[in-house]
Write a protein that binds this ligand. Sequence first.
Ligand SMILES: [Zn+2]
Length: 253
Amino acid sequence: MFKGAAVLAVSCGVLSGCGGAEQMSENEEIVANLVEAGFPADDIMVVDGAVYTGRDAHVTLEASREMLQSEAGPEQYRTTNTVGTAVTRICINPTSTFNSYTRLSQGLDAAIANYNQRGLRITFQRGGSGCTATITAQTMSGTGGSAGFPSGGRPYGTINIGTGLNTYSVDVNEHVITHELGHAVGFRHSDYYNRAISCGSGGSEGTAGVGAVLIPGTPSTATVGGSIMNSCFRSTETGEWTSSDITALNYLY
Ligand SMILES: [Zn+2]
C-alpha cells in the first residue's frame, strides 16, 4: 500500500487491504477487541459462530467492548512532515467524473465542512482559485480510497475515491473523503501499528518512511470506531470526527 517515501500512496481499498469498505463482522470486532485487550491470539477461538477465550469462555460483542473501556481510548499519529504555515487555503478540485457520482460529490462537500467547522489554520474550498495549495479529487475502482502524505510543507496533491462507494451512504463517503484528506495533511492511521484493530486482520504498517509520531494529548491505542483515521471503516460510519480526532486536528493545525 505504500509506494515510496516521496510519492507515498496510502491505499485504502478492499483489494489492496487498506481502509476499504471491509465491513467487520461482529465476530471480527470481538476478536479485534480481545487482541487489543491483551488476549493472546492463540487463546481466541471461533466455534459455531461464537467467539471464545481460554477454550470455553464465550465473549459477546458487548463484553468485548467493555474490556476496552478502561483503556485510554483512540490515538492519533502524524507523519514527520505536515503542511507548513505558507499554506492557508487548499482548493480541492474534483474531476468531472468524480462529480458524476452523486454520493462521492456530496461526501466531498461534507468532508470539506468537517475541516472548515474546526477553525483550523488551514481551510478547504471546493474548486475556485486563490488557494495556496490544491488537491485533485479523482475516482478509482473499488470501495476504498487512497492518498499520500505531505512533502515540502504542502499537502499531497491527489485523493482517489472508489466509485463503488457511490452505493454507500453519504456519511460513509464523508468518512472516507475526510480520511483521505487527513492523510494528505499528515495523519497516519490511528491503528497503523496493528491494522487488525479496525480491519480484523493485518499487521503493522511501520514507519513507512514517513514517520509515525504520536500527537500529544491523544492516547496511544486505537479502538474500533475510535477515529476517522482507523485503517478500515464500517458501513455504519457517521462521517463525523471523534473527540480524539478533534484533539489531533487542533494540535496540528
Ligand atoms: Zn487510510
